[in-house]
Design a protein around this ligand. Structure first.
Ligand SMILES: [Zn+2]
Ligand SMILES: [Zn+2]
Length: 315
């Protein structure tokens, strides 16, 4: 539906090693009644408790099989089983997803009481949900790795009620039919006249878009077509700019590289995540990204929630 809320919970924003302030990577996206996890690092369950999100997860998308990005799944499925879940839980990820999920299933001698399935994704794979899609793009992390774009379907234009009335359409069920794209027939001055949706509906409005890179070197030049104009770009910013060479060596990005990606993709807001445990503050990261990107830059703390509004300007 067009009026769904879209919220992003930053449940874990650490890079590789957790710290007392930052947990292993885990991003929860809530859209209406759907809850998706993007990566699920160790300790994700307790972060869900702290953020009071509940455990009702509908799907997990894993960017790559480094342990900091998926160790939380084992504990989460055990808790879900223990609390009586019956619905299947699909786990999407790059190559090795079948092995990883099979290992998670057999790790403990508890009996899993609901199905946990594995679905392999690759560059261009797309999963359809009601009202939006999640598609994968290849990233550059020295191994099989993916980022994800959650893109809502476009919304119809705004209904012009006054215009409809001035054309002679009586308020009531015919309004709904016009809004659903149907042409309606009315009686005007003793004649039957057709009124079509394009006479009373504004321009279609784009849906919202969230992009999450996972761990990667910058790849924005390769994915410009897929991921233009994200409302929120969540980008690897393991290092600030004092560690440019180190970032390249270990297949991560610096804050200014994340800023460059945000500028190239025309993001509205850039969220810097996967902050290395060597930093006690991400203030330097924000400064470095802001040198390149003029939109909003944030470095969320764990448990921060960002709500994504609709773009009312139709941009
Ligand atoms: Zn990582
Ligand atoms: Zn990694």
């Amino acid at each position: 539906m067009s009026g769904e809320t879209l919220q992003v919970y930053f449940l874990g924003t650490a890079g590789a090693l957790p710290t007392p302030a930052r947990n292993a990577p885990c991003i929860m996206v809530r859209r209406g009644s759907d809850t998706l996890l993007f990566d699920c690092g160790e300790g994700a369950q307790q972060q869900m408790m702290r953020a009071r999100t509940g455990f009702t997860v509908d799907a997990v998308f894993v960017t790559h099989w480094h342990a900091d990005h998926f160790l939380g799944i084992a504990g989460l499925v055990q808790t879900l089983s223990f609390t009586g879940r019956k619905d299947p839980l699909p786990i999407y990820g790059p190559a090795w997803v079948h092995e990883a999920v099979s290992a998670i299933r057999s790790l403990s001698r508890f009996t899993l009481r609901f199905p946990v399935s594995s679905v392999q994704m690759s560059h261009g794979s797309e999963i359809r949900f009601s009202g939006y899609t999640v598609s994968a793009f290849a990233t550059d992390h020295g191994m099989e790795s993916l980022g994800y774009v959650l893109a809502e379907d476009g919304r119809p234009g705004r209904f012009n009620r006054e215009q409809a009335i001035s054309l002679g359409v009586p308020p009531g069920p015919l309004f709904g039919r016009l809004q659903r794209g149907e042409t309606v027939c009315i009686a005007r001055d003793g004649e039957s006249v057709h009124v079509s949706p394009d006479q009373v509906m504004g321009h279609p409005r784009p849906g919202r878009k969230i992009m999450y890179t996972g761990d990667t070197r910058p790849v924005h030049h390769r994915i410009r077509e897929l991921a233009q104009n994200p409302d929120l770009l969540i980008h690897d910013a393991t290092y600030d700019d004092s560690e440019k060479e180190r970032a390249a060596e270990v297949f991560h990005a610096t804050a200014s590289e994340a800023g460059e990606a945000a500028a190239t993709l025309h993001a509205r807001t850039l969220a810097l995540v996967h902050i290395s445990s060597r930093y006690t503050t991400a203030a330097g990261h924000i400064r470095d990204a802001e040198k390149i990107f003029s939109g909003t830059v944030i470095a969320p703390s764990d448990l921060d929630m960002v709500e994504i509004p609709f773009r009312e300007d139709g941009a």
